[in-house]
Design a protein. Sequence first.
Lengths: 341, 316
Amino acid sequence: MAGPSTDGARAPGSTAESAPENAMVRNALRAGLLLVVITLVLVPFQSTYAVRVADSILIYVLLGIGLNIVVGYTGLLDLGFVAFYAVGAYTYALLASPQLGLHLPFLVILPIAVILGGLAGILLGFPVLRLRGDYLAIVTLGFGEIIRVLINNADTVTNGPRGVMRIDRIDVAGFTISRPIDFYWLLLVTVAIVAVIAFRLEKSILGKGWAAIREDQDAARGIGIDTTKAKLAAFAISAMIGSLAGVIFAAFQRFVSPESFSLQESILIVLIIVIGGVGNILGVFVGATVLLLLPEILRDYAELRMLLLGLLMAVLIVLRPQGLVPRSFGPDRLLAALRRR
Amino acid sequence: MTGIIIQQIFNALTIGAIYAMIALGYTMVYGVLRLINFVHGDLFMLGAYVALAGFVLLAPGGGLVWALAAALIAIAVFMVVGGVGVAIERTAYKPLRNSNRLAPMLSSLGLSLALQTAVQITMGPQPIAFQSLFPAIPLDFLGARITTVQIGIVVAALLLMVGLKLFIARSRLGVVVRAVSENRRTAQLLGVDVDKAISTIFFIGPGLGALGGVLFASYYGVMMPTMGIIIGLKAFTAAILGGIGSITGAVVGGFLLAFFEVFGTAMLPILTNGWLGTEYRDIFAFLMLILVLLFRPAGLFGEQTSEESMVMKRDF
């Protein structure tokens, strides 16, 4: 992790403490936060179905935070993020299931998966260092598809399209994590830790390098930022988070198949951060909640829901291209509102 | 052996012609708007379904009536899907023209999902048989087994592409389109109707892509709502390979990609001793895409643009 953040300096575009914060906004933010906390506490008392939905929202929050590092902080559009998710999921699935007859403990697999994810991130990051914009998007998309085709066809290892079944439960020091509610707590803690790390990274020297690359890559290089290293770091860290989410997903579903790692999934994660608000962790939470709750609310309309979701996506982008929560409404603004009286 | 090779050449020509037709739509849109129009692959799919509806509606008999009906249906497909393309541009892209680069791309992804589901709801997710646009008579050509369908596809595609080339090069509207794709701002300053040019592109591109879908369904005899995804990506690869923005490039890229894919897939089991089979076919296109973007991002016929002009707007 890069150096500590200094207080006054901010990423461009964030107006956190410079904006005169009036009491009403402050109170609204506090009330909003209180509401979120109450919701989070109330989730465990809901039906299993509701807890499962909350679990999947949290998994996507995790994925969103990971992808946000590349897309939001560094300004590189990655449409193949699902590849890293697949790396994590299949690492856990293969090392803890009857598929290969391996049953390694969760705490052993976790670092392996995260490291493998990071390596995959560097593997993708290295060749695309020179690309920007939609060319980068399309290459990463191709990378994601290649990984999926490989998983689909490497029958002997991955069991191909039939997927890996009967994946082990997470067993840590005598505690078995198997019910949705257990996963809820596990995910809540994981998301909290990862969100804090991501936020600290954004404010770190490395994060400022990312912001500089996002705003103007040539100028960033001009002032002495090692853009190669910074970009690779972004890809690696983001991939590690994606892989971590994959591990939890595999343990949660206890079944993985290539179908879970389609292009649509990558697009969904990009949409989560874009609809939430690019480059803003708070936006990721909002985006994941909106995009995952909507299909559940529309469940009654069965087939129509994907149609509505697609149309809604287009409408939301047309009406609010900057996302529901703008970049200036970042976590630092929330913290500032909490600190002041 | 020569028979097999000739047959593969014909297969590659057929698929290449279809890729080229779709790639044209990508390349024209990208040339003007710098936008990867993800809906294009689904408009290709829509074309096949509109044609099916036409055949069911007209239920033509054999012989001359059939040929007449097929021509009518082809025109209808072009018009309907072209109209859908223009409508999509007006509603989903035009409001975002001055926003960041990513926004229209994402709205196109949303529409792509919507269109796929809409077809899935009305026609069902399962593959549907499609009667070929051309009569299928097997021919023997130097030991290769080809069909009249393949010849029909290649000829039809070539005619359409020559037509497009003439339209762009000779007609008044073609001049407008070229001016706008050369430099939108300057064209606007000189009084060129930019909206008209963009509408033209969004009519012709999807129209051609839709006919590509009809040819595709004619060749394989089946279609399904999700077929636009992978074919769309391959056609986009073809457009990049030829040099995005270049019409000649899209055509050459389409054929080149098809040859690479057909022969690469045929060689794969031989080269790897059966370890990697033909199921890895789809990887070729992506591999090629990555290689081209890394080593010659401008493609074969593209102008070697500086990176600055590539990034006119911020991504986000």
